[in-house]
Design a protein around this ligand. Structure first.
Ligand code: ATP
Ligand code: MG
Length: 338
């Protein structure tokens, strides 16, 4: 059986946090270790510029940070192609070729867009780069012939639109493009809450994150501030597990299930203090983050090596994307001069 091609990635708008780890990085590592997948991981700098056109420093400054986070968690450039979107010229051209296969009304009805407009304050002025990003995403996906696109559940309508573009293009020109499938996470991977309470998703912009690159001291401080059960005041009080962020994290990250179950029981009965539970969570997170920090420290000493990895990945990505572009140009009949 041939491998399934996977395209995934992140916008370089800051460092990656535990939400990214649970929501996507963890499953990328599994896919990387499986023989069933060939993975392309894209640092989507053009997509980040789509809503940061007047703040390019933020995007440029985050590029190596995201790359170092990738390498630190264990993405391996020998197995996974890590590349930078803006370095693949074919993607711009494919985007343009696909524009004719989707109309303005269809794009404006994507529910994700309505949420973006509200969240990003685009009510008055919606940048065209943002409005058309689903088309550029279709280029990213089809350039690599991706079968699978892991995305957040909120992005599934965008993938559906990308599938429509692919079908319309193929209907016109024959089976040129691969129709992708979106793959949304389930359970906690959909949304790890931030440290301040169960209702907000961990998010860069909400300032409620634990970053993969946070030091031990910072992790300790953040866990100590973490939301628990506000009515659990004295150690002997009975406490609530539901909505208690510390226990939500233990469910996700602690390897010792029975130990967590026993702690939950004691916490609910009374007799287990928040500090004791938090100390255990700190230990669990340190075990996860220590090897990540150690690898990151090595790459931080040698940013030129990280640039080389991105350069090599982008070279490979260009070869694949250029093949798709050549097929698309030939199908449209743009090879006028032979
Ligand atoms: P921003 O505050 O700028 O929106 P963010 O921290 O929410 O940034 P995004 O760039 O929006 O990060 O997230 C990219 C992807 O990472 C999401 O589509 C999702 O797959 C995953 N992700 C982000 N935060 C979480 C989270 N808390 N839980 C699970 N997955 C997450
Ligand atoms: Mg977000």
């Amino acid at each position: 059986m041939s491998k399934k091609v996977v395209l995934t990635g992140d916008r370089p708008t800051g460092k990656l946090h535990l939400g990214h780890y649970v929501g996507s990085l963890r499953s990328r590592l599994e896919m990387q270790d499986s023989d069933d997948y060939e993975m392309f991981v894209m640092i989507a700098d053009e997509q980040a510029l789509a809503d940061n056109a007047r703040n390019p420093e933020k995007v440029r400054g985050s590029l190596l940070e995201v790359a170092m986070d990738y390498l630190a968690v264990g993405l391996n450039p020998d197995k996974t192609t890590i590349f930078v979107q803006s370095q693949i010229p074919a993607l711009y051209e494919l985007t343009f070729h696909y524009m004719g296969f989707i109309n303005h009304g269809r794009l404006s009805r994507i529910p994700t867009l309505k949420d973006d407009i509200r969240e990003k304050g685009f009510e008055k002025e919606l940048p065209m780069s943002w409005f058309t990003f689903p088309v550029s995403q279709c280029a990213d996906i089809t350039a690599f012939g991706a079968h699978l696109v892991p995305v957040g559940a909120d992005q599934l309508p965008v993938i559906e639109l990308d599938r429509e573009i692919v079908r319309a293009f193929n209907q016109q020109y024959g089976q040129i493009l691969v129709e992708p499938e979106g793959l949304a996470p389930s359970g906690i991977a959909q949304r790890l809450p931030g440290i301040h309470g169960p209702n907000d998703k961990m998010s860069k912009s909400l300032n409620n994150g634990i970053y993969l690159s946070d030091s031990s001291a910072v992790v300790k401080e953040k866990v100590m501030q973490m939301y628990t059960d506000p009515d659990h005041v004295k150690v002997e009080d009975a406490g609530k597990i539901k909505g208690n962020v510390v226990f939500i994290y233990l469910d996700v990250f602690a390897p010792d299930g029975p130990k967590v179950a026993a702690m939950k029981k004691q916490y609910q009965q009374g007799g287990l203090g928040d500090v004791a539970v938090k100390k255990y969570l700190i230990e669990v997170l340190e075990n996860l983050l220590n090897p990540i920090r150690a690898r990151r420290a090595e790459f931080e000493k040698n940013p030129e090596q990280v640039r080389d990895i991105l350069r090599a990945g982008s070279l490979k990505a260009n070869q694949v994307a250029n093949q798709t572009l050549a097929k698309v140009r030939a199908a449209i009949g743009l090879n006028y001069f032979g």
